[in-house]
Design a binder for this molecule. Sequence first.
Ligand code: FEO
Length: 388
Amino acid sequence: MKDTTITENILYIGADDKDLDLFESQYVIPNGVSYNSYVILDEKVAVMDTVDARRREEWLANLDKALDGRAVDYLVVSHMEPDHAANIQVLAEKYPEMKVVGNAKTFPMLGQFFSIDLSNRSVVVKEGDTLSLGSHELTFVMAPMVHWPEVMVSYEKSEKILFSADGFGKFGALDAEEDWACEARRYYFNIVGKYGAQVQALLKKAANLDIAVICPLHGPILKENLAYYIEKYDIWSSYRPEDEGVLVAYASIHGNTKQAAIKMKEILEAKGAKKVAITDLSRDDMAEAIEDAFRYDKMVLAAATYDGGMFPCMEDFLHHLKSKNFQKRTVALMENGSWAPMAAKNMKGILEQMKEIVLCDKVVSIKSVMKEADIAEMEVLAEELLAK
Ligand code: FEO
């Protein structure tokens, strides 16, 4: 049975979702996702966020059980995205005396999503404001753009708990037995990656708090070794590579560019690259390709030419990277073309729009099928990439 106790008076009331096909209609979640919600039981009762509409009944049942007949005094809304906020109206109607706690950006958004009039029940908080529940006291810390503009986190000082909104969240249901960093990294770069500066700002504020437990809106409650998670967030949000290594990402139509990409992986490994990951942009998870691009310090892009540009999945990949603020990496280019190879020129055009991307001078240009002469060129390119 799931342990729903965080501390004696703070309980988990969220729910797992293991049958959602795509999170946010774009991310595969092989081990599901959790929509976390919490209740603080004190002289006053506060619910910390709701859950996705898909788990409304389970969440209401969990809440009823936790309340044991008591009413809710406050609903704290950290984030208005529907995976957390979908049940605000339901709860407000169930508890007509309940006040809703948000900031100046929360309530206009709430009015856009719901038809309920909460004007007499709104508690508008700003940076540093506190809410006393009895022996527990919440301090509100604004975290704009970690992931939406209205996001705020709450710190409960008596038990040193940070309710961190989407921050420190991950894909995967709570009972998924998997590495935290792998799915937290894929979640971070694809969902919050664009907003590194804002995450850095939040980390600086969090550094002033004495935190014993982090309660995010997705994934496990973090109770131990918090420095590990905070360090990961510091690396990710400052766009520093996490590991030395190379991602080889290829976009191949008939398999010839793929063959060259696999050969490039072998060459890199033979030349001493610490780690070489490879991804088929046509078939593998795009979100994982993006995660690996950020994880390693170097990348090889290998694309077939298509319609005078590059094969579309490579363009899609680069568009994703650009929109996630991809930067500070070293990139090598390989292209293929049967009559007028254009992929490298077009890839370079997109990469040049990103910050601090170092491109290798050498470009390998293959005509239809990799030959011995191409392999010799790839050896040179691999050496240049590893030396940079
Ligand atoms: Fe989990 Fe930005 O919502």
